[in-house]
Design a protein around this ligand. Structure first.
Ligand code: HEC
Length: 143
C-alpha cells in the first residue's frame, strides 16, 4: 500500500518536471514562432515587390493609402467569401469571372466605369499569388 502511494507521488513529480522542462511540447514553441515570423516577413516583402512591379501602374500600395475611400479599404471584408479565394481568382483572370456571371465582379467594374480585366495568370505563379495575398492582407491593415 505504502509503496504504491510512493510510486504515484514519484510519477506525478517526474511528469510535472518533464512538462516544465519541455515547454516546447506545449502550444507555441518560441523557435517555431520565430520561424513563422521570418517566413511571414519574407513573403510580405516579396508580395510587396510583386505589387510594385505589376499593380502600381494603377493602384497605390495599400500601406501608403492617402484617401479614406481608397479602393482596398476593407477589401477582404467586402469580397465574396471565401475572400482569399475570390481575390486570387479575380487577379488571375477577372474576365473569366465576368463571363461566368459573377455579380460582384460585374458590379465593381460597372461602379468604376471600367472595362479593364485583371489577367495575371500567365505572369504570376501560384506562389506569387500567395505572396501577393499575404502582402495585401497585412498592408491593408497598416495605418
Ligand atoms: C491597368 C490598371 C490596373 C492594373 C495594372 C491593376 N489593376 Fe486592379 N483594378 C483596376 C481597376 C480599373 C479596378 C476597378 C474595378 C475593375 O475594373 O474591375 C481594379 C480593381 C481591383 C480590385 C477590386 C477592388 C474591389 O473593390 O473589389 C482588386 C482587389 C485589384 N484591383 C487588385 C489588383 C492587383 C493585386 C493588381 C496587380 C497584380 C492590380 N489590381 C493591377 C485597374 C488595375
Amino acid at each position: 500500500m505504502k509503496a504504491s502511494i510512493i510510486y504515484v507521488f514519484l510519477f506525478s513529480i517526474t511528469s510535472t518536471l518533464f512538462i516544465r522542462c519541455n515547454p516546447g511540447t506545449t502550444n507555441n514553441p518560441p523557435v517555431i514562432d520565430s520561424i513563422r515570423i521570418k517566413a511571414f516577413a519574407v513573403s510580405f516583402h516579396e508580395g510587396q515587390q510583386l505589387f510594385i512591379q505589376h499593380c502600381t501602374p494603377c493602384h497605390r500600395q495599400p500601406e501608403h493609402r492617402i484617401t479614406c475611400d481608397y479602393i482596398f479599404t476593407n477589401l477582404f471584408e467586402r469580397l465574396p467569401k471565401p475572400a482569399e479565394d475570390y481575390f486570387v481568382r479575380f487577379i488571375r483572370d477577372s474576365k473569366a469571372l465576368k463571363e461566368a456571371g459573377n455579380d460582384y465582379t460585374i458590379t465593381t467594374s460597372r461602379e468604376y466605369n471600367s472595362n479593364y480585366n485583371h489577367h495575371f495568370k500567365d505572369a504570376l505563379t501560384e506562389d506569387d499569388f500567395d505572396r501577393l495575398l499575404i502582402y495585401m492582407k497585412a498592408a491593408i491593415k497598416l495605418k
